[in-house]
Ligand binder design. Structure first.
Ligand SMILES: *[C@@H]1O[C@H](CO)[C@@H](O)[C@H](O)[C@H]1NC(C)=O
Ligand SMILES: *[C@@H]1O[C@H](CO)[C@@H](O)[C@H](O)[C@H]1NC(C)=O
Length: 819
């Protein structure tokens, strides 16, 4: 019956779509969406760096650097890649949307510079402009702010970017213009325009005719495509050679001539090549633009229209944000939320290159020592479109983080979330594996400690992408049913505008998402099987335990491969305490929980695709997992979900299973991902007690990762042993809402009045605590953090961690204040 209804529903929808001729196919959708996503600052590892998306043979690549060349120290303070060690007072996007544009502000006291980059695009998305505006912070100090823009046209020599006008012309006219060509991008022009900038003025003549800091300097050379990421090293080394030559000629350089000495020149007489460096030096306010126009494009950007475009873009981004998040202009959280969200998007990157995989090494199941991955081979090239957890510290793809990024992004631009998800799923290999960290190419690799560069296909990670995909699908289904409903009742929908800028094409054409689900299904199935096979636990070891023997379902028990005595990196919660003596027979409650999440998603996809057999199978597996969670992992004494391990010394058969209980995120996980049945009220009550208890998990800043009462609380690295993480806090809030506001349990509210009261109090308090604390830390420091201190709420770990910490924006703008 249900199947028939669904078939009719599909047929009807298809008929409606065909009749209205409205349905774009997946390819067409992808083209439209691609246009507005072609250009953006996708080199998020740079303070400002551009490259086009999905153009990898002959992309145009741009980057910005700066330093204060007023003294020799300047050369050591060249800024390029985002580094926490640069200790900038602040940096980041104040408003940003990759489809539209954005503004990044940077305050760098050490270089005495305040600098802004504003990026905008033409309507077609083919052309773009960057406005670079800056000023000296402390005018009582003499300054020579050198801004260096470099750009490269990758590809063979005949398609390189080249200088159109000669240097003299550039000097006399104070304009710079470069013509380029690439087979993928075709012909284009990049021009620079200056507006009344205060160029550096020296009281003495430059050291040589080609090192005049009062005018732009251009330096060109050939750099192999795969070496461009060393743009800063190249620049510094050429400058050093030049300074050396100045000193040889003139051993006593006066202080006044330093800015000239630190101006780049072609000391080695390199022929002009595919890379251009443009250095401009200012002593006060400056404002210049870089404009990229495709030849013969219909909406080329003109210099005089840039301010107008910027105004337009800012309004569009503002309005889009307001439509998607419900935060009144009067809210003190508004600026915090918009900035934090912009910085999540500011981490959106496009990567292309090979990665390193060791497919030979297996893991130590005897001593659980750390295993070196020595047999690495390059695989690929691959590409990845992904957000990054932190531009400074983790500028690459992280499987476990990405699902959380998507949960956040889904509410804002579901098409974009889909693009990212799609890109990740494309990486599933023929065995069904996706690496835990995706580190493509030398530029990405350069930021990873050597021991973490190589990936291994025995290693898993929490499959959060499936959490996001299942959310996406359930929304698509809801929308589809609403559309059908309103069509049958002849209602006309009045909703937000649909456009590729809005990012809601898929949500207004759910059939596209469903057709994608169909395409991707075989791959996801492989991924699912890979996970279950590779992380399978030895349930058979426990068959002498009477309660397991009688109650457990065969097959559904898991453990993380690759855990060591001190760490379990694959679990994502690296130092969360596990059994003190590792054992290959131990079973991890989070591993089983995550397989449950995967199964639920697979079930949902199978249901949407009407795959009856598979649907039956997944429903059964899910049910078995839900039951095994309790049969295997619930400790009825401590009232917690716990890892278990095998105890050879037990005198009683029941004690052959030893619970390894550590109250915290691990014990909450089955609840956080909604795998506890609604009618399991007793267990919900215990979990609620655990979360509401200030002596264990609840703090004025959010939920601790590990209970204050745990013997490992606040010990060793104190990474997942106390500090507050927003990803798990978000899941807990969402789950509270699910169980106590949306679920069938709600109908029994009167019967469980106390429970509901407690849940509602906890929800309100927890949400408020997290928001208030992250906000006040941001207010104080200007940044959001990887985690928050469990004792005083201070930001800790990586600074400017704008990945899953951005979920706070959802808490502010999407989660209701009360249940
Ligand atoms: C940079 O942008 C910020 C925020 O919009 C603004 O307050 C500041 O004045 C700008 N700085 C310059 C040098 O234009
Ligand atoms: C952390 O918080 C405490 C109390 O609010 C404060 O006194 C201290 O200076 C903070 N520490 C850091 C490193 O920010």
């Amino acid at each position: 019956m249900i199947r028939l209804q669904r078939l009719i529903l599909f047929a009807l929808l298809n008929a409606i779509s065909a009749y209205c001729n409205l349905t774009p196919d997946l390819e067409e959708y992808s083209k439209t969406s691609s246009q507005s996503l072609l250009w953006a600052p996708y080199r998020a590892n740079c303070y400002f760096g551009l490259t086009p998306r999905y153009v990898h043979k002959e992309p145009f690549v741009l980057g910005a650097m700066w330093f204060n060349s007023i003294n020799a120290q300047g050369l050591a303070n060249v800024r390029h890649f985002v580094e926490q060690g640069d200790k900038l007072d602040k940096y980041g996007w104040v408003w940003y949307d990759p489809r539209i544009g954005g503004k990044e502000t940077i305050t760098d006291s050490e270089n005495n510079l305040q600098l802004n980059f504003t990026f905008v695009k033409s309507h077609s998305g083919e052309n773009w402009a960057v406005q670079v505006e800056g000023d000296v912070i402390d005018r009582s100090k003499k300054a020579a702010e050198s801004i260096v823009i470099y750009m490269k046209q990758n590809g063979k020599e005949d398609s390189s970017c080249f200088l159109e006008q000669d240097l003299n012309h550039a000097r006399t006219h104070n304009t710079l213009s470069f013509k380029g060509f690439s087979n993928e991008l075709k012909g284009y022009t990049v021009s620079f325009a200056n507006e009344n900038s205060e160029f550096y003025k020296s009281s003495i003549p430059p050291l040589t005719h080609d090192t005049n800091p009062s005018i732009p300097s251009i330096f060109s050379m050939n750099v192999p495509d795969d070496q461009l990421w060393k743009a800063k090293d190249i620049f510094q080394s050429i400058l050093k050679d030049s300074v050396q030559a100045h000193i040889e000629k003139n051993p006593k350089l006066s202080a006044e001539s330093i800015p000239s000495a630190l101006t780049i020149r072609n000391i080695h007489n390199f022929p002009p090549g595919n890379v251009q460096y443009i250095q401009q030096t200012f002593s006060g306010h400056f404002k210049f633009e870089i404009i990229f126009n495709k030849d013969r494009s219909k909406d080329q950007i003109e210099e005089h229209s840039i301010d107008h475009l910027i105004g337009l873009a800012e309004t569009m981004v503002q309005q889009k944000f307001d439509r998607k998040f419900n935060i009144p202009g009067t809210s003190k959280f508004k600026e915090f939320a918009q900035e934090t969200f912009s910085n999540l998007l500011g981490g959106l990157s496009y990567f292309h290159g090979t990665h390193l995989v060791d497919r030979e090494t297996s893991f130590d199941d005897e001593n659980f020592e750390k295993v070196e991955l020595k047999n690495s081979k390059e695989e690929g090239p691959f590409e990845l479109f992904s957000m990054v957890p932190s531009r400074a510290f983790f500028p690459r793809g992280f499987y476990w983080d990405e699902g959380f990024h998507l949960l956040q992004l889904l509410d804002y631009d579901s098409d974009l979330a889909f693009e990212v998800l799609h890109s990740w799923f494309d990486l599933i290999d023929s065995d069904g594996w996706i690496p835990r960290e995706v580190i493509l190419g030398d530029e990405a690799r350069s930021k990873v400690p050597v021991e973490f560069r190589v990936q291994n296909p025995n290693i898993a990670n929490p499959p959060t992408l499936l959490l996001a995909f299942s959310e996406m699908l359930s929304r698509a289904k809801t929308i589809q049913e609403e559309m059908l409903e309103s069509h049958m009742h002849g209602n006309v929908h009045h909703e937000e505008p649909k456009s590729s800028f809005e990012g809601n094409i898929l949500s207004s054409h759910p059939e596209l998402l469903l057709s994608y689900a169909q395409d991707i299904y075989p791959k996801l199935l492989k991924h699912f099987e890979w996970f279950r096979n590779s992380q399978k636990g030895m349930l058979e070891e426990y068959l002498e335990v009477p309660s397991i023997n009688s109650g457990a379902h065969e097959g559904e028990a898991y453990r993380w491969i690759g855990r060591t005595v001190t760490h379990c990196l694959p679990s994502g919660m690296d130092d969360y305490p596990r059994a003190i003596i590792p054992d290959s027979a131990e079973l991890h409650v989070d591993a089983l929980t995550w397989v449950g999440v995967m199964t639920r998603s697979m079930k949902q996809i199978a249901s949407v695709l009407d795959l009856e057999e598979d649907l039956k199978r997944f429903t059964e597996i899910e049910q078995n997992i839900v039951e095994n969670l309790v049969t295997l992992h619930w400790d009825d004494e401590q009232k917690l979900f716990c890892d278990i391990t095998f105890n050879d010394d037990a005198t009683d058969d029941e004690d052959l299973r030893e619970f390894v209980c550590h109250e915290g995120y691990l014990s909450l996980l089955p609840f956080a991902v909604k795998l506890i049945p609604h009618d399991d009220v007793d267990r919900l009550q215990h979990i609620l007690n655990s979360m509401s208890n200030e002596e264990t998990l609840l703090t004025p800043f959010g939920l601790r990762s590990l209970s204050k009462q745990d013997e490992f609380y606040d010990t060793a690295e104190v990474y997942w042993r106390g500090p507050i993480w927003l990803n798990l806090n978000y899941l807990c809030l969402d789950a509270l809402q699910y169980y106590f506001s949306d679920s069938p349990l709600k109908s029994e509210e009167a019967q469980h009045a106390e429970l509901f009261k407690q849940a509602s109090k906890l929800y309100r308090q927890l949400r408020q605590n997290i928001i208030t604390n992250t906000y006040s830390v941001w207010k104080k420091d200007g940044y959001v953090y990887e985690q928050y201190n469990h004792k005083n709420g201070n930001g800790s770990g990586v600074q400017h961690f704008t990945g899953w910490t951005a979920l706070v924006v959802n808490m502010i703008g999407r989660l209701p204040e009360d249940l």
